[in-house]
Design a binder for this molecule. Structure first.
Ligand SMILES: O=C(O)CCC(=O)C(=O)O
Length: 294
């Protein structure tokens, strides 16, 4: 083990998540915050999202509202450098081994007063793989409390089925908690001071509410998997060829696929609208979380 204790690893295996408090220094945090400001300044005047920025439905050119910085590692050295640092990769290696491939990155903003909810889902429903050594590391960029829309998880749900994320004949990227036997009261919010790190398993059921508080809740996700977990048909893992796929190695070496006995559902037919989870989940008729009333 590089940074985690055996107890932390056992807790992750049992519960499907971990929170590691205060892993980033105040200087690192300040650098990340400044980099975010550089991006959000670009939103003023925009009438629609760009390659870099996904905008809230309530965004206007004069009152800019950024929902997500898309694929930040592809256009920002600050976010890329953190991704390949031991701050991120050492705990990942402790959990899924030395050979790791990137799935994607995103910085979900959830600004004070309006940051969008994300409906309950399992990441593995969006990107089924040949085994489930798949996880997401969240860099918590603002103090995360119960009021500002923390990511919440159902402990142990990563050991259960992959639930149906379809509605109206399409993949809508969200499940129905009641139908699938969950009680919202059992969800655990992953909270901690800014600079902490959350880790959640690719199969864990998770979601987060609208941020109605006066505090921002920004979190930077690095999603990755063991290099021997290969995407299966329909997985929203985008690559053009093997060279492109292998260029996503974060550490160690590329591996041949390893097949494990894991539950899988195929996220097809593809959603009729959009590419981001916010757009895909618009296909849902009944939402668990309140949306902005504007
Ligand atoms: O930002 C959040 O609270 C949840 C994000 C998430 O689960 C996702 O983007 O897949």
């Amino acid at each position: 083990m590089e940074v985690l204790t055996q107890d932390q690893k056992a807790a992750y295996d049992r519960d499907g998540y971990l929170v590691l408090e205060r892993r980033l220094s105040p200087t690192q945090l300040a650098t990340l915050h400044a980099e975010i400001d550089r991006y959000t300044a670009k939103a003023r005047g925009l009438t629609e999202g760009t390659e870099e920025l996904d905008l809230e439905d309530s965004h206007t050119p004069d009152a800019p509202r950024v929902r997500r910085i898309k694929l930040p590692h592809t256009h920002s050295e600050v976010f890329r450098d953190l991704m390949v640092s031991d701050t991120i990769l050492a705990p990942a290696r402790d959990l899924i081994g030395p050979d790791i491939r990137l799935h994607t990155t995103k910085l979900n903003m959830k600004e004070a007063g309006h940051g969008a909810a994300v409906e309950w889902h399992q990441d593995f429903a969006f990107y089924p793989h040949t085994n489930d050594d798949v996880l997401a590391i969240g860099v918590i960029l603002d103090d995360m409390g119960p009021e500002n829309g923390p990511l919440s998880v159902f402990p142990g749900s990563h050991r259960g089925p992959i639930h149906d994320h379809h509605e109206g004949g399409y993949f809508v990227g969200a499940m129905d908690l009641g139908r699938d036997g969950y009680d919202m009261a059992d969800a655990v919010p992953l909270m901690g001071p800014a600079g902490s790190i959350s880790i959640h398993h690719g199969r864990i059921v998770h979601g987060s509410a609208l941020n109605t508080s006066t505090q921002a809740r920004r979190i930077l996700f690095y999603e990755m998997m063991a290099a021997d977990a290969w995407p299966i048909m329909g997985s929203m893992t985008k690559f053009s060829d093997l060279a492109d796929y292998d260029s996503r190695m974060l550490c160690g070496q590329s591996r041949q696929p390893r097949l494990a006995d894991v539950p899988v559902r195929v996220p097809l037919p593809a959603p009729p609208i959009g590419k981001t989870i916010y757009e895909i989940q618009k296909g849902l008729k009944t939402r668990a979380f309140e949306t902005m009333k504007e």
